[in-house]
Structure formats: C-alpha cells, structure tokens
Design a protein around this ligand. Sequence first.
Ligand code: FAD
Ligand code: NAI
Length: 466
Amino acid sequence: ADQTYDYDVLVIGAGPGGYVAAIRAAQLGLKTACAEGRETLGGTCLNVGCIPSKALLHASEYFDAAKGGAMAAMGIEVTPKLNLDVMQGQRKDAVKGLTGGIEFLFKKNKVDWLKGYAAFKDAHSVDVGGKTVTAKNIVIATGSSVTPLPGVTIDNAGGVVVDSTGALELAAVPKKMVVIGGGVIGLELGSVWRRLGAEVIVVEFLDQLLPGMDMDVRKEAAKIFKKQGMALKLSTKVTGVEVKGKTAKVSVEPAKGGDSEVLEADVVLVAIGRRPNTEGLGLDKIGLELNQRGQIETDHDFATKVAGVWAIGDVIPGPMLAHKAEDEGIAVAENIAGLTGIVNHDVIPGVVYTQPEIAGVGLTEEAAKERGAIKVGKFPMLANSRAKTNHEPDGFVKVIADAQTDRVLGVWCIASVAGTMIAQAAQAMEFGATSEDIAYTCHAHPTHSEAIKEAAMAVTGKPIHI
Ligand code: FAD
Ligand code: NAI
C-alpha cells in the first residue's frame, strides 16, 4: 500500500456497485474502505429496491394463484387469507439476511466500513462522519433516488402519496391505488398490490408502457396487464395531487391536452424514474461537473476527468440496474489494480419481474432496423410444451439477427421465467453467436428455454412446433 494515503481505494456508497467494487479491490490486495451513510449495507437494491420488491412479488404471486383460481385449476382448492404482517415480515427478513451478508463479506475481505455520508475535500480526501480520510483512488458509487413530480409531495410515513420505498411498506392493502408512471417500478409494485386486492390504475405519460423496451413486447405487456385487471391510462398526464386526510384526488388529463378527470385513491405511487445522487458530495471541491442529466461522465475504464476519481452504477450513464452496477464495480476495481476491467454495455439484460416476466437484451427491433437489414424470428409461449403444461400461455420469444451475418442483435421474451431465460441469450450474444448457433444448440426438454431455440430457428427457417 502507498503510505501517503490511509487507503489505496475508498468507495463512496455500498450499493451493488460500491460494495462489489470494494470487495474486488480488497481481493486484489488493495487496502480498501467503503463509506456508507445508510444504517445497513447493500444500497437501494438490497434495502429498498430489488430484494424487498422481489420478496413481495414472490409472496403475492402465491396469494394470487390461490385466490385467482390458478391453483384450483390444478386441483388445489384453497381459500387464502392474507396475513400482511407475516408477508411484510418475510420481506424484512430477506433484507436483513442479505444486508447482514454484505457486512460479513466486508469483514471477511477486510474492507473497512466507514459509517456516514462522505463529501470530497479534494481529489484524494473526503470527510466522513466528521473525520478526514485519504485514498489514492476514490470511487463514486452513490446511486440514485426517486425523481420527484413537481408539485407533488411524497410522504412515505403518511402512506398516501408514496414512492417505491413507501409502496413496499404499506401496512394495509389499498382499496384504490393510482400509480404515476408505467415503468418498471409502477408495474412491479402495482402488480403486488393488485394481486393482494387493490384496484390499480396506472397513469403513463407516453402512449405505451415500459419505454426503452421492444415495441412488440410493450404492446403485449399492456394486453397482459389489462387482462390481469390493471387499468391503464396511457397518453395521460397528472396535473396535480390533492391529499385530504387518508385519501388523494389525482387530477389527470390527456397528454396532448383536453378534458381533465379526477381519480380518487387511498394510495398514490409516484414512479416516474430515478435521478443520480450527487448532492452534498462536494463535487465542486474537485472540479467535477455533471452532464445535462445530472450524471457523472466517465471513460471506458470508469475514470472521471479528475485523476484518481472513478465512478460507477446509477450515478453514471446507462441503465439503472443492479447487475450493471455490479459489473462496473468489478471492472473499476480491476482497472485501479492495473488489470483490464471491461463492461460490454451492449449486452446488459433487463428484466421486469411481473408475472409473466418481461426480459430483453441487446437491441430492440426498432433500433436494430435503424442500424441495417435484420431478420426476426418469433415463437409463442403457447406453443412451448412446458409453458402450456404449466398453464402459462402468455408471451413469446423474439430473436433479432443481422440479415447478412446472422449475428444475434437482440432477444426479447415475455414468459413466466423470462428473467432466467434471458441469461442464455446474453451469454450467446457475448460469445458473438448467430441465430443458427442458438438453433443448433441442444436445449433440455421440456423447458421454457426451448422457446428461445425455436425463435432462433424461426429466424432463418421454421420452428418445429408451430
Ligand atoms: P445504490 O444501490 O443506490 O447505492 C448507493 C448507496 O450510496 C446508497 O446506499 C446510499 O445511501 C449511499 N450514498 C449516497 N451518497 C453517499 C455519500 N455521500 N456517502 C456515503 N454513502 C452514500 N435493479 C435490478 O437490476 N433489478 C431489480 O429487480 C431492481 N429492482 C428495483 C426495485 C426498486 C423499487 C428500485 C427503487 C430499484 C430497483 N433496481 C433494480 C435498481 C437498483 O436498485 C439500482 O440500479 C442499484 O441499486 C444501483 O446500484 P448503485 O450501487 O449504483 O447505487
Ligand atoms: P422508469 O424510467 O422505468 O419508468 C418511469 C415511467 O414514468 C416511464 O414510463 C415514463 O414515461 C413515465 N413518466 C415520466 N414522467 C411522467 C409523468 N409526469 N406522468 C406520468 N408518467 C410519467 O422508472 P421507474 O419505474 O421509476 O424505475 C426507476 C429505475 O429503477 C429504472 O430505471 C429501472 O431501471 C430501475 N428498476 C429496475 C427494476 C428491475 O430491473 N426489475 C425494478 C424497479 C426499478
């Protein structure tokens, strides 16, 4: 270690980007500390994001299967009774177990946890918890927070107008819930409370849900959510939210203007996106400027313009996803250690953990077409033996390949286990696979994954089962 500094590496923020960077740096023999202001490690993802939302999605799926008749259709007749306290308890246990696990990993790898919010004093020193700590390299991994909706005050403790954190912690099932934003959070958490009995209305500004995903997928997803009983108000904007006691009046009107309407709700979830956390970090002290979207720009090695200062995760451009942050965490630590850490930003899968799951990797059909000639193969889950046997007929797989080279450019799935299926597509793309490579790879039968093989077969020829 360089004796001039307290540490070789100081990571600011212990989310999936920061904690992974810290552990990898320590594994590589660097003296490492990680500053975290929250009371537990794991960042947004483990505390109030990926993990607690999946705990509620998983549990509510069982409830819905029992209540909605899916279990009865398989000969299991039960009348479910919701115990929300127990369901919320297992969510808290999941978070506690995993955040505690990171604390254990820090100890095991000798990463020092500096408790408190860090602010730069200069490029090699920060103030954290009233102390000055110096490091040769500082990695900014401060993540993101919910984007506020102008004129709407979020009050998670009040439980009426909430963000995702408040929506995870509701003590009772709302009768009516208005979700502002038809993105990933709105659809996942909207699904949780719909399954548990709430009447859910999703208000989306754009003319389709899930911006950024393939258009076929977006349209099919909307049909499925409607079928499940979620009301969708697309091309609609919220003009105001008025709270009186325990109810809210949400004023909405067509995005292009027109007659307004008032939606009453006992819970309003604001989920219109997230923005990078840079406030109070003292970036002015090191002369680091933000881009127009408030993000920190880096080069391909995750180095910022300031020597010795690096940045990863939600605070830099790219999809705000835990696995993207984790991979950047590994890469930045390797680069600091003098190795070659690379993240292929063209192959980052995205998954919406509704039922069915919605997943994609690579280019959408729209983006691929803009780039050049393509071939597309599609296969419906209805024709996949396992999905059909499991009573999971909704969805499809779509494989997009370059017309000349047959190289796979993108894969999109809606299927009960799409989140697991998409891993093979990502790996195939990472290895530069053609659709033919996938089509001639032996897939176990009967699995949902066979739908990926058959969609790949559909790119150049014909699948067998349709
Ligand atoms: P974060 O996880 O936000 O961590 C940053 C940490 O830095 C925080 O703990 C914060 O307290 C700390 N910090 C900030 N400033 C300072 C400072 N000055 N000093 C010290 N500490 C500081 N992604 C997925 O891939 N899959 C999912 O299923 C998924 N589900 C989600 C569900 C919800 C409800 C939400 C809100 C997000 C979800 N995400 C999901 C997104 C995912 O949580 C983020 O992409 C991920 O956490 C980003 O990691 P990060 O390390 O960049 O930042
Ligand atoms: P999002 O960007 O996914 O969706 C926000 C939606 O709100 C968009 O559809 C947008 O058009 C709409 N919108 C914006 N302003 C609006 C307005 N004024 N009125 C109505 N609609 C409006 O953001 P979301 O859902 O808040 O999630 C934030 C981030 O967290 C995402 O970037 C996502 O990557 C991450 N996340 C990932 C999950 C996963 O990987 N499964 C789960 C949850 C969150």
